[in-house]
Design a binder for this molecule. Structure first.
Ligand SMILES: [Cu+2]
Length: 482
């Protein structure tokens, strides 16, 4: 699936990095190890989470631990699975359900349990409204501290429901509290009554047009670190004061005061979007090189700022937006094939697709592809070639994305298995294809809309048997990460 951007520079997993060794020595010497810190990737940190539901990162940490090593002192281990955080508005019903179940499980734990929702919210209160020495707002600790805070929270959720990621609330495009957080108040664990802007009588209040605008985000992208991320306290950065602060204030209630903000589940979606804006800024700007900042430990997490700087090291990336390309399954022309409806793109979507930052930033997810029963079938994917057929050139055709082939299971030739197993056979698979930058550039050269065409080509020589086989595809999504 999706590979971390700099995966090739990743150190071998069984060799702890020099930085990690140095850090452990430092922590050991300074006596901080025993101080009850929360290790971001530790098993012990999750000791009270549901047993038997370790996250991929935890499994990985355990698998790569040296004998006798104290897991609680391990900080960030290379991760094997980089997951994507999505816009709450683009989550599937199943994803939303899993996320809600994980939140509900943390909420069900008593406050005395350090892995409970209540205890976790209290960390924010301590470091955001406690003594000045602990303060992490109003300056350059704000972004990395909250990144660590979200990451650890996401791990608690994943310990309950493996694979769950935090959704973000894109305030520039969703101008009300997202419905996932307000609908069915009585049974919705994401609903929080202590909010000023919950819908009243079915009407959801909208943010003032001056607040959290796309123009503000564009302005932030042009700022240097000091303007964007701030300096030593009390020099607050641009992202913190706008739009981070106004959204807190506008949602109001618990969100309107730092001491109570993290009691509202919406807090995490709000901060996830703040973190997304930072991650996007980082792709085109250098991080500050000041060692005072880089080496600063982010209490109560066992991690330095340096270790929070690459989101891929924390096993996530952001899906900036998703285009759902609805497939027409009944396309008859030129043999079996699938053509999507054409989607009109917004200006910022066009911009993102034309000015790619990394090759794997755009991925086409072809989901629920039926596995052929008779012969292997190749699927050739094109962008903005609505008339593509089996004769359409792929070589030298910039609008050609890629092809994939599915091979029949042949289980009808395995009578014995059918008899005793009675297991249901796998019938559908999901395929993720990186879309070459040349393909999006070429497809969008003179136009502002997009469609996908998938041509099905049987790989048997004569093609006689295959002609009968018309395979289904559930959906095609274009995910843009940045
Ligand atoms: Cu905040």
């Amino acid at each position: 699936m999706s590979k971390p951007k700099k995966a090739s520079s990743k150190k071998p997993v069984d060799q702890p990095s020099h930085e990690q060794d140095t850090r452990r020595n430092f922590l050991g010497k300074s006596g901080l190890v025993a101080g009850g810190l929360i290790a971001l990737n530790s098993r012990s940190g999750n000791a009270q989470a549901t047993p038997g539901h370790a996250t991929a990162a935890q499994d990985h940490a355990a698998a790569t631990a040296q004998p006798g090593e104290d897991q609680s002192t391990r900080t960030l281990t290379p991760c094997s699975t980089v997951r994507t955080r999505k816009n709450i508005m683009a989550m599937t019903a199943a994803e939303l359900q899993a996320f809600r179940e994980a939140i509900a499980a943390l909420k069900a734990r008593p406050a005395a349990n350090p892995t409970s929702f209540a205890a976790y919210a209290q960390h924010h209160a301590t470091f955001c409204s406690g003594p000045p020495a602990l303060q992490i707002h109003f300056g350059w600790f704000f972004l990395p501290w909250h990144r660590a805070y979200l990451y650890r929270f996401e791990q608690l959720l994943q310990a309950v429901r493996p694979g769950v990621t935090l959704p973000y609330w894109s305030w520039t495009t969703t101008r009300t509290i997202p419905p996932a957080y307000t609908q069915n108040p009585a049974s919705n664990t994401l609903f929080h009554s202590a909010r000023l802007r919950n819908p009243v009588g079915g009407t959801a209040p909208s943010m003032p047009a001056t607040m959290a605008t796309a123009a503000r985000i564009t302005a932030l992208m042009g700022m240097n670190w000091t303007l964007f991320g701030g300096g030593p306290i009390p020099n607050a950065g641009g992202l913190e004061v706008n739009p981070h602060n106004p959204v807190h204030g506008w949602v109001g209630g618990d969100m309107g005061v730092f001491a109570t903000a993290a009691r509202d589940p919406l807090f995490y979606a709000h901060h996830c979007n703040v973190d997304r804006v930072w991650a996007r800024w980082q792709r085109t700007h250098p991080n500050p090189a000041d060692p005072t900042w880089l080496n600063r430990r982010l209490d109560p997490f066992n991690v330095t700022i340096q270790e929070t700087l690459r989101v891929e090291s924390l096993c996530y990336r952001y899906v900036d937006f998703t285009l759902l390309l609805a497939m027409d399954r009944n396309r008859e022309a030129a043999g079996p094939g699938y053509h999507s409806e054409t989607i009109k793109l917004e200006d910022d979507q066009l911009d993102a697709l034309r000015n790619r930052e990394a090759p794997e930033d755009v991925q086409l997810h072809v989901e629920g592809v039926e596995i052929p029963k008779k012969v292997s079938q190749e699927f050739r994917v094109f962008l903005n070639v609505p008339n593509a057929n089996r004769d359409t050139q792929t070589e030298g055709n910039e609008n050609f994305v890629d092809s994939f082939t599915l091979v029949p299971l042949g289980h009808e030739q395995m009578d014995h298995e059918k008899k005793d197993g009675g297991n249901e056979q796998l019938t559908k698979v999901n395929i993720a294809l990186p879309v070459p930058a040349s393909a999006t550039r070429s497809a969008l050269r003179d136009r502002a809309d997009l469609s996908a065409t998938i041509v099905q080509v049987p790989l048997d020589e004569g093609g006689e048997r295959a002609a009968e086989e018309r395979l289904k595809i559930d959906s095609v999504r274009l995910e843009v990460v940045r």
